[in-house]
Every structure is written in structure tokens, then in C-alpha cells.
Design a protein around this ligand. Structure first.
Ligand SMILES: Nc1ncnc2c1ncn2[C@@H]1O[C@H](COP(=O)(O)OP(=O)(O)OP(=O)(O)O)[C@@H](O)[C@H]1O
Ligand SMILES: [Mg+2]
Length: 300
């Protein structure tokens, strides 16, 4: 269902021009201060005549990029497809991506990931963040901030989720933690290097499972020293690539190492991976002990 949404966003890109974008951007801006954006606001923002705007809005509505509301007053909203178009257009204009495939690499409740190509022909992963991505843990952490925003919307949440992930990836990558290289970001979309591998949960049996666990824990330790705890580490967020190299993906819910509950989050991440490895490969390890030892080693 969601996959169809980005697919349609990509095809809608072909039928909209610069003036349509101006109108979409006007609505995006309007939505930060009001619930529904009136044509008068769009006219003020773009300088276009109201009649012209109405004609374009009809077209954008047909493409599923905006939604028209009648109550309590006539106004317009950006749909998630409209928001996808704004982000894709910006990423293309900035030269971050050149093309994107219409077949998802991964899809779920919280994101859609597509393969893309940069103007330099590098293969990238293009991740669209969706509302609901923010976990309970993170909601708690940012609630105060959100509460201050009068018009908290899915746009804001999806963009926050993407920003958080990009920020983490930048620090981690710069400090040599094994994560996909961040390439660019706009609104709710994050572009990273494409990892040619599979998630640990569906990876074929490695020749050295103990090595996979050791490598993972070593990256988790490095990340902790950079100031970042993953917060949702599992066999679903560890990619195994050629030569049994591992990459840790999916960082929007990260927690700072200085968090008062850091020990709790970190031990949960470590124990989850150790437990999975023990269950699948029967290595004779004690996940409890590994976790305790890991925490001692990082000084928690
Ligand atoms: N850099 C990448 N290279 C290759 N594949 C990727 C990359 N990033 C993500 N993927 C694919 O997309 C899937 C989902 O990505 P990610 O884990 O970042 O998002 P998610 O929020 O867990 O999404 P979901 O809602 O599906 O759980 C991954 O499991 C992986 O298959
Ligand atoms: Mg994931």
C-alpha cells in the first residue's frame, strides 16, 4: 500500500512544472501556521492570480498531491505524496540523485526504501520516513519539544525522524563506524550509500558467526564513544555484506550516550543481538554475561 504511494509520487514528478512546485511549497509553508491553506495565502506567497492557482490546484488534487477541505473553510493540505514530490524535486535539483527506481528495496510501517542513482552513477538507498516512525522511547524524549509546537503534523514528525537519522549517520560515518555513507537529505527523505548485502535475519549462515557478533559489538562500542546509542538494534538492522562485513542501519531513534537511561538502552541493544546469535548459531555464549561485560568495558 505504501509502496504504491512513492511509486505514484515518482510518476507524478513527470507531470508537474515549476509553477506547480511553487504552489506546493506555498501550501507546505502555510501548513506550519494554519490547518488548511487558503488560496489567498497561496496567492500572497507565489504572486500568482487566484484563478490560475485554482486551476493548478485542481490538477494537483487529481494527481493526489494536495487534498481539498470544505470545512470549516475551504483550504488545501499537502498529502504525503505531495511531500514526497517536494523532497524528490529538491534532491534532484541539488544533484543528490538523478534517478530513482519504482521498486522498493524495503517497505514497512515506518519507511519505504528505494534504490536510486546519483548524477555520478553511484547507487544509493533513498529512504522515505513515514509518520509513526517515532518509537515510544523517542516520543518521550521529544515530547516536550513537540508540545511546544501548536501545529504538530505528520510533516513535522517525518522530517524530524529523517533529520535525526541523517545527523547520527554523519557523526558515525565521520568517525569510522560501519554505517552506510550519508549522501544527502531533504525534508523526510535520507539518501545513503547502497549496501549490497542482506539483513542478518535472512543472511545465509556465515562461516564465522562469532566474528559477526564481535564486529557488531565493536561497532556498537565505537558508536557509543561517538555519543550515539542505536536504540533499536536487532538482526533486522544489521546488514551482512561481502566478506561478512557488517553495516548497522536504521538510526532515527538513536539516543545520546549521555542519556540518564543510557545503560538501559545500550544493554537492550547488546542483549538482543547476543541472544539472536546464540539462538541461531548455538555458540555457547551467555547473552547476560556478554551484556554485563560490554557495559563494564564502556564504563557504564
Ligand atoms: N543503505 C541501504 N542499502 C541497502 N538497503 C537498504 C539500505 N537502507 C535500508 N535498506 C533496506 O531497506 C530496509 C528498511 O530500511 P530501514 O531499516 O532503514 O528502515 P525501517 O524503518 O526499519 O523500515 P521498516 O518500516 O520496513 O522496518 C532494510 O531492511 C534494507 O532491506
Ligand atoms: Mg529496519
Amino acid at each position: 500500500m505504501l509502496a504504491v504511494s512513492v511509486k505514484l509520487s515518482i510518476s507524478a514528478l513527470r507531470s508537474i512544472d515549476e509553477k506547480d512546485y511553487r504552489i506546493l511549497v506555498a501550501i507546505e509553508h502555510g501548513m506550519s501556521t494554519r490547518e488548511y491553506v487558503e488560496t489567498r495565502f497561496i496567492a500572497g506567497f507565489t504572486g500568482f492570480g487566484e484563478e490560475f492557482i485554482l486551476r493548478r490546484l485542481k490538477k494537483l488534487n487529481k494527481l493526489g498531491l494536495v487534498q481539498r477541505t470544505k470545512q470549516p473553510y475551504v483550504g488545501y493540505l499537502l498529502t504525503s505524496r505531495g511531500y514526497d514530490c517536494l523532497a524528490l524535486n529538491a534532491l534532484i535539483k541539488k544533484g543528490v540523485i538523478h534517478m530513482i527506481s519504482t521498486t522498493p528495496l524495503g517497505e514497512g510501517k515506518e519507511s519505504e526504501v528505494y534504490m536510486g542513482v546519483t548524477p555520478g552513477e553511484k547507487i544509493v538507498a533513498v529512504k522515505f520516513h513515514r509518520v509513526g516512525r517515532i518509537s515510544f522511547r523517542k516520543t518521550k524524549r521529544v515530547r516536550g519539544y513537540i508540545a511546544e509546537k501548536k501545529h504538530i503534523s505528520w510533516i513535522y514528525e517525518a522530517r524530524l525522524s529523517a533529520t535525526q537519522e541523517y545527523k547520527a549517520l554523519m557523526s558515525l560515518y565521520k568517525r569510522g563506524v560501519s554505517v552506510p555513507q550519508p549522501i544527502g537529505w531533504n525534508r523526510h527523505v535520507v539518501v545513503t550509500e547502497f549496501i549490497n548485502g542482506v539483513e542478518l535475519y535472512r543472511a545465509p549462515d556465515p562461516s564465522n558467526p562469532r566474528g559477526i557478533l564481535e564486529k557488531t559489538l565493536s561497532e556498537v562500542e565505537k558508536a557509543f564513544r561517538v555519543g550515539i546509542i542505536h536504540g533499536d538494534l536487532s538482526e533486522y538492522n544489521i546488514m551482512v555484506a561481502e566478506g561478512e562485513a557488517i553495516y548497522i542501519i536504521d538510526w532515527p531513534q538513536w539516543i545520546p550516550s549521555t542519556h540518564p537511561q543510557a545503560a538501559l538502552y545500550l544493554s537492550r541493544d547488546v542483549k538482543r543481538v547476543a541472544t539472536y546469535m546464540e539462538k541461531r548459531f548455538k555458540l555457547g555464549l551467555d547473552p547476560e554475561k556478554i551484556t554485563e561485560e560490554f557495559l563494564r568495558q564502556v564504563g557504564l
